[in-house]
Write a protein that binds this ligand. Structure first.
Ligand SMILES: Nc1ncnc2c1ncn2[C@@H]1O[C@H](COP(=O)(O)OP(=O)(O)OP(=O)(O)O)[C@@H](O)[C@H]1O
Length: 590
């Protein structure tokens, strides 16, 4: 896996451009500290020669103080560089996190269904965290240490040409060898991070389902899977670390050779009386100093292998594009919206579409009906017959493969997605509440909705008494798992959301669970109000709700087995609906 250099460049310019000033400060502090590191040993060499030649104590004091002063300044500059580096890293990686999160939110439901929330967390946060060093220091460290390396070699040449030449040759060999091994550990680190994403996905999934897991005695199974994942994770980590260790061992071996070369050259030149003892010390000192940039570049490259794996995975995520067809800009009419389905066929696995020539494999097959504006359609059918899928197609959570769907005579693809989702309201059985105040749970953070509007809606839903019983009213915080709310109250809050949104079409997946009579009455009233002046589709589980419908559509295995006016069907003793009425329940399986 080799990522073209231009991709790194693009990433750097995209995310570092807004922080040009900080980046300049980072470069300045880093380069100054490098300059001082090259300069300071010269004072030491001078100190030794002055001491050996019997120089004055005052001179020695001045040189020693200068040496200490520069050492302190180098440290101050290093601290400043770290500060600027961290600031840049956080700002850049946060911007990337935001971009990736937005990108994921734009992707279809099919993308999210195929990935666990934990896996996405690892993609959006784990991989990006690894990139922080790339943004803050990597490029500048590789560049800066390259300059330090060149500076040291230059000084060595100035001290003595033979020393400069032999240590330059050594540096070239060391760098070539280490750079050649650059990609050595990329693949093991990619596998390791893939497994870690899987592990976090698994943990996230199990944590969110902990009640069901405990209630159904599945803890043993979960723990076994947990250990299985860990068992696969460890060898991958060992392999990745081993690859990195090979690099480390190579560089340690190289520096031992480097030190031997420096000592041999210094001893030879000293014997030849070509250099002073101070210069001999400097050759040895600079060779040691040489280890720092080479070692640092090696470290950066080693870390870069992990970064490369992260960049690769981020690119992969960014390359996933929504499969929904493009939107048009045709507005939907105001008020209640009529619905037209014309021979709609849909499957959740479009890649199998060609293979699905047989009608039986469509999730929805040849669905056609027309519901005039302001009317209500009751949807009935066995579990898995495709009722929920009809709602999903209307909201364009998925696109159908053939046929046509129109709302208010506008094809749904011809209108902007944001407008479509504003004009169609969906209440599912599974009400998703967020870990924030009741106000935000109702308005979805829309600041244009006033408290008065919210209170009016809660009053209509007869929820004021409940609201008054809460210690902080609309500011009361809800738990993400609906803690403190009954199923009926959660449903009523979901209705309140729809009232505030005021759509022209309401799709209601009615709760099939039994509610207490008081809550049931409240919900019945709420549904009545919700449907007034709006078109409605109700996936009905109660006869009371079905009686509201103007039209009925009964599905079986994705096909319409009965469709028509409710009263006409009720009067026809041969109809499926009449049989349901006879059974006294709308629940198909009852
Ligand atoms: N995201 C999905 N990916 C793949 N298949 C799916 C998906 N959602 C539903 N299905 C399948 O599509 C078919 C229709 O599902 P749908 O949820 O529309 O049925 P339903 O009539 O609403 O059932 P229920 O009454 O149980 O809610 C089922 O066979 C189901 O397994």
């Amino acid at each position: 896996m080799q990522i073209p250099l231009k991709h790194y460049g693009a990433l750097l310019t995209d995310y570092l451009k807004p922080q040009q000033q900080q980046a300049i400060w980072l470069a300045l502090t880093l380069l100054s500290s490098i300059g001082l590191q090259v300069l300071n040993p010269q004072l030491l060499g001078y100190f030794i020669d002055t001491a050996v030649n019997g120089g004055s104590t005052q001179t020695l004091w001045i040189v020693a103080s200068g040496f200490i002063g520069i050492a302190i300044l180098t440290q101050v500059l290093a601290v400043s560089a770290t500060y600027f580096g961290e600031t840049i890293a956080w700002a850049a990686t946060n911007a990337l996190r935001v971009d990736l999160a937005e990108h994921c939110l734009r992707l279809d439901l099919s993308f999210h269904k195929s990935r666990t929330p934990g896996e996405l967390l690892e993609r959006v946060d784990g991989d990006v965290t690894l990139l922080s060093r790339f943004f803050s220091q990597m490029v500048i460290h590789v560049l800066g240490n390259g300059i330090l390396l060149a500076g040291i070699l230059l000084v060595l040449f100035v001290e003595n040409a033979i020393a400069g030449l032999s240590l330059t040759a050594f540096s070239l060999v060391a760098m070539t060898l280490l750079l050649g091994m650059r990609s050595f550990a990329v693949a093991p680190w990619t596998h390791y991070r893939q497994k870690s994403a899987e592990f976090f996905g698994f943990v996230g999934e199990q944590l969110s389902g902990r009640e069901d897991i405990c209630a159904n005695g599945a803890v043993g199974y979960v723990m076994r899977r947990f250990h299985e994942l860990l068992q696969h994770w460890l060898p991958l980590y060992q392999r990745a670390r081993f690859a990195s260790t090979v690099l480390w061992t190579t560089s340690v071996g190289l520096f031992t050779i480097g030190n031997a070369v420096a000592l041999a050259v210094a001893a030879y030149l000293w014997n030849q009386q070509a250099i002073t003892i101070g210069t001999a010390y400097l050759i040895f000192h600079y060779t040691n100093l040489l280890a720092q940039p080479i070692e640092r570049i090696r470290e950066e490259l080693e870390e870069f292998q992990q970064v490369e794996a992260s960049i690769y995975r981020i690119q992969e995520l960014r390359s996933v594009q929504p499969t929904l067809k493009a939107n048009g800009d045709q507005p939907l009419p105001t008020g209640a919206l009529s619905i037209t389905f014309e021979q709609v066929c849909f499957t959740y696995e479009p890649s199998h579409q060609q293979a699905v020539q047989l009608d039986t494999n469509w999730t929805l097959h040849n669905i056609s009906f027309h519901l005039p504006a302001g009317q209500v359609l009751g949807l009935l059918g066995r579990t898995g017959s495709g009722k929920t899928t009809i709602g999903r197609l209307l909201l364009r959570l998925y696109d159908y493969q053939s046929g046509a769907i129109g709302l208010g005579d506008v094809p749904i693809q011809a209108t902007p997605l944001s407008q479509l989702r504003q004009r169609v309201g969906l209440v599912t059985q599974d009400v998703q509440l967020f870990n924030t105040s009741i106000r935000h749970n109702l308005t979805f953070f829309n600041p244009t909705i006033s408290d008065d509007q919210i209170l009016q809606v809660l009053q209509q839903l007869e929820l004021m008494e409940w609201l008054r019983s809460l210690p902080q009213g609309l500011d009361t915080q809800l738990g993400s798992d609906s803690s403190g709310l009954s199923a009926g109250q959660a449903q009523l809050l979901a209705f309140a959301r729809i009232f505030l949104k005021n759509p022209g079409l309401v799709i209601l997946d009615e709760a099939s669970s039994r509610l207490d009579p008081l809550t049931e009455r409240l919900i019945e009233q709420a549904i009545d109000r919700l449907l007034t002046g709006r078109t409605g589709i109700i996936i009905a589980h109660r006869l009371a709700t079905v009686q509201r419908a103007d039209q009925l559509l009964i599905l079986d295995q994705g096909k319409i087995i009965e469709y028509g006016d409710r009263r006409t069907l009720a009067d026809n003793p041969d109809s499926h609906f009449a049989q349901l009425l006879q059974q006294g329940t709308a629940d198909w399986l009852a």
